[in-house]
Design a binder for this molecule. Structure first.
Ligand code: PLP
Length: 396
């Protein structure tokens, strides 16, 4: 295997194309896909040296595969992390973070506005194993400080949040966590390292659902955890032992996805801003939430810690649930699905899908109204997307 020697100081767009590539003796240009479950040793002594860690090299694909390693190296370069550990999905990555770094009797402080399955993981599953979680406001760092207990080990946040695009002050949360001996983990799914690098803002751990923007074309599931070598050793030990492994095939697809991440994220943001501005001026739209709009409650913070607003736009229409459903059902281009981060624009009604397990009172408290629609803006022409929404909006 031959490692390339890249120059120092490369920009994210370049790293997304070039970082992490290792070539075999055939000198292939595209990364090779190593579809093998195990690796052969030249001698008993070599096998022993590999197993003891005295000699680097692949052993068994549950925890070492060259294609997966190339994906890990590339993402680590993009996030500015010492080490990345890849997983079979974003949820497996979140589980591994807790299982690798925490123990029963310890406590998590988490944003109230996080992915639904993450809430379930913290409450229904990790709670049974003695890890307790307190949920607090994503936008009020003082609530985080007040929620800290002597046994708090982890802060967990997503920014911007889903579906309301609330923006959390990553540096402020990192300072509070560190003052109390806890780590800050940021689920960076909505921004990707092209728009936001939480480690540079003081976070200790970055988590990805690679299923979303990193793949970017809705093809495979994957996940990743990134941070310093000491923290990642614990996360890696969980992977090696428990086996929620990213497949070589999925890693290869994700490597191809990363190559276009720079141009995709720029286009997602550009199209989303254009759509958000158009929606803001529409008489049937009562509220638009997009971090790139000056009207967004945390616009200045978002523009400080993100390169641009990202691809997610939420808006409220007149007529409540009936109005929202009418707009969604009148689309002919957008896909009615809860997924996001795809080249194809997706449209969702959070109150009756992703957030339907909440009571109406909980939804009202969280600001998720019945007229709220979330659009994950894809790469279609923005004028075609406006026309797709105008069809339903004009009938309200
Ligand atoms: C989708 C998603 C996850 C879970 O990722 P999977 O790859 O589906 O397991 C976690 N966090 C956020 C913010 C997500 O959007």
């Amino acid at each position: 295997m031959r490692e390339q020697r890249l120059p120092e100081g490369l920009r994210p767009e370049t790293l997304a194309v070039r970082a992490g590539t290792v070539r075999s003796q055939f000198n292939e240009h595209a990364e090779a896909m190593f579809l093998t479950s195990s690796f052969v040793f030249g001698s008993a002594a070599e096998a022993a040296a590999r197993f003891s860690g005295a000699e680097p090299g692949p052993i068994y694909a549950r925890f070492t595969n060259p294609t997966v390693s190339m994906f890990e190296e590339r993402l680590a370069a993009l996030e500015g992390a010492e080490r990345c550990v890849a997983f079979s999905s974003g949820m497996a990555a979140i589980l591994a973070t807790v299982m690798g770094l925490m123990k029963a009797g310890e406590h998590v402080v988490a944003s109230r506005s996080i992915f639904g399955s993450t809430v379930q993981l913290f409450t229904s599953i990790l709670g049974r194993f003695g890890v307790e979680t307190s949920f607090v406001s994503p936008t009020d760092p003082e609530e985080w400080r007040r929620a800290v207990k002597p046994n708090t080990r982890l802060f967990f946040v997503e920014s911007p949040s889903n579906p309301l695009t609330e923006v959390s002050d990553i540096r402020a949360l990192a300072d509070i966590a560190h003052a109390h001996g806890a780590w800050l983990a940021v689920d960076n799914c909505f921004c990707s390292p092209i728009l936001q690098r939480p480690l540079e803002l003081g976070a200790d751990i970055v988590i990805h659902s690679a299923t979303k923007y990193l793949d970017g074309q809705g093809r495979v599931l994957g996940g990743a955890v990134l941070g310093n070598k000491t923290l990642m050793e614990g996360v890696y030990t969980f992977l090696r032992t428990a086996g929620p492994t990213l497949s070589a095939f999925n890693a290869w697809v994700l490597l191809k996805g990363l190559e276009t991440l720079g141009i995709r994220m720029a286009a997602h943001s550009r199209h989303a801003l254009e759509l958000a501005e158009w929606l803001s001026a529409h008489p049937k739209v009562t509220r638009v939430l997009y971090p790139g709009l000056p009207s967004h409650p945390q616009h200045e913070l978002a523009m400080r810690q993100q390169a641009s607003g990202g691809g997610i736009v939420a808006f409220e229409v007149v007529g409540g649930k009936a109005g929202a459903w009418q707009v969604i059902d009148a689309t002919r281009l957008m896909s009615i699905t809860a997924n996001l981060g795809d080249t194809r624009t997706t449209i969702t009604h959070p109150a009756s899908t992703t957030h339907s397990r909440m009571t109406p009172e909980q939804r009202a408290a969280a600001g998720i109204g019945d007229g709220l629609i979330r659009v994950a803006v894809g790469l279609e022409h923005p004028d075609d997307l406006k026309a797709d929404l105008a069809r339903g909006l004009s009938g309200l």
